[in-house]
Ligand binder design. Structure first.
Ligand code: MLT
Length: 415
């Protein structure tokens, strides 16, 4: 019989979002007559259709695949040149970031990439890993799976990880680690709190990484939701970042690709790590080796669809959808504030983060909202110990559903 990876047994039973899904399903089964149905503002999943230019590009690509002369099979695992070039040009060089086309690796998702990146770092507990708390659970769980942590403590934290609390008390600005760390996960605009870091705060992290030979894993999946041009969209806008940071980006929320699947990871050739003999090795080389070995590329149709996002019409169309979701976020913020709740985020991110009323625990508020209003959100404690007492509402839904959810909270929530 095979031996299993025991580290999996340290994990909490289920991943956060399937666990929410399970509870909602059980509630719906026990309450078949929920008036008006259950409104889901839990997982951040897009609801609006793909932009017309994206759909058109997909149709054209399918036509190409239907003819022998233009048919394509395997592509380069790292992505087609046309897409790598469009990404590097529009998302980086146009904003003054020095990123080459071949430093962009196209993939099927940032969730996978932020987990898979651990493949190229030392196994076991050689690296000290820091992450913010609350945090996107994938970063924690994949470190647990890889054996980079000790056991789970009663607090829900894992031994060996360095947690950097982000709460209302520190304006959701994580403190620099008190001990020297080797790897730091940062996600801004932040999931789940919706917080953003001013440029000078982000610069502190780049300086820290440079001074301590640390690696920053920067998740910028929500950068398209930034509404203030003074905020950095990419960590590479900060001087020196290309020596210490890997950046993850996704078309999921930017262009409604959660079901279509396309993302990319930027690994500059100047980012290095140490081998067993203490010599520097390019992480780009290792990631390229991993990607070409374990991944076979994103579908041609999808890469053409992603390329279309960068056309001038594409930019206008995806921006209109982003603006639509951000108007939802504004409505949520305004409605909850009017209900006397303390709300954060939702200004440069599609998530509104609220302090649970009457000191309720996060899961207690989840149950209350589901029972009284038939509205689903995400309990803050699901994102980490410092998320306890908070709750996340996603702005990804139709206007009618967002307005109805807010109306139900006004009418039915007994605080
Ligand atoms: C979320 O709701 O936090 C995200 O949709 C999860 C994800 O992007 O995987």
């Amino acid at each position: 019989m095979p031996r299993i990876n025991d580290h999996y047994l340290k994990l909490q039973a289920g991943y956060l979002f399937p666990e929410i899904g399970r509870r909602v399903k059980a509630f719906a089964a026990a309450n078949p007559q929920t008036s008006g149905g259950i409104i889901k503002l839990g997982i951040g999943d897009v609801t609006e259709p793909l932009a017309p230019v994206v759909v058109e590009a997909m149709h054209l690509a399918i036509d190409e695949l239907s003819k022998r002369e233009t048919f394509r099979g395997y592509c380069d695992e790292q992505g087609y040149d046309f897409l790598r070039h469009a990404i590097a040009e529009h998302d980086f060089r146009a904003r003054g970031c020095d990123i080459a086309d071949d430093e962009v690796f196209v993939s099927d998702g940032s969730k996978c990439d932020t987990g898979n990146i651990l493949d190229i770092l030392a196994p076991g507990r050689e690296n000290v890993i820091a992450l913010t708390d609350p945090v996107y659970p994938v970063y924690v769980d994949t470190n647990v799976m890889g054996g980079h942590t000790g056991p789970r403590k009663d607090s829900g934290e894992y031994e060996g990880l360095v947690y950097l609390p982000m709460t209302a008390e520190n304006q959701f600005c994580p403190p620099l680690p008190a001990r020297k760390v080797d790897v730091i996960y940062l996600c801004f605009p932040n999931n789940p709190t919706g917080a953003v870091l001013p440029r000078e705060e982000l610069a502190k992290w780049v300086d820290y990484a440079r001074a301590n030979d640390a690696l920053i894993l920067f998740d910028a999946a929500y950068c398209a939701f930034i509404t203030d041009p003074a905020l950095s969209r990419s960590i590479y806008e900060l001087p020196g970042a290309r020596d210490v940071a890997i950046e993850f980006r996704s078309f999921s929320k930017t262009a409604g690709f959660t079901g279509t699947r396309c993302a990319y990871t930027v690994v500059p050739k100047s980012v290095t790590g140490l081998n067993a003999s203490g010599e520097k090795v390019q992480l780009h080389k290792l990631w390229n080796r991993r990607h070409t070995t374990k991944f076979n590329g994103v579908a041609y149709v999808v890469q053409r669809a992603a390329e279309a996002v960068y056309s001038s019409e594409g930019q206008k169309q995806v921006q209109a959808t982003i603006d639509f979701y951000m108007e939802n976020a504004r409505i949520i913020r305004q409605s909850l504030t009017a209900l006397g709740m303390k709300v954060f985020g939702g200004e440069h991110a599609p998530y509104v983060w609220l302090q649970t009323p009457a000191g309720l625990k996060s899961w207690a508020f989840f149950d209350k909202l589901l029972n009284e209003c038939h509205v689903v959100g995400t309990p803050g404690s699901g994102f980490g110990a410092s998320g306890e007492g908070y709750f996340r509402i996603s702005a990804f839904n139709s206007r009618a559903n967002v307005e109805e959810a807010m109306q139900r909270m006004r009418d039915r929530l007994k605080i």
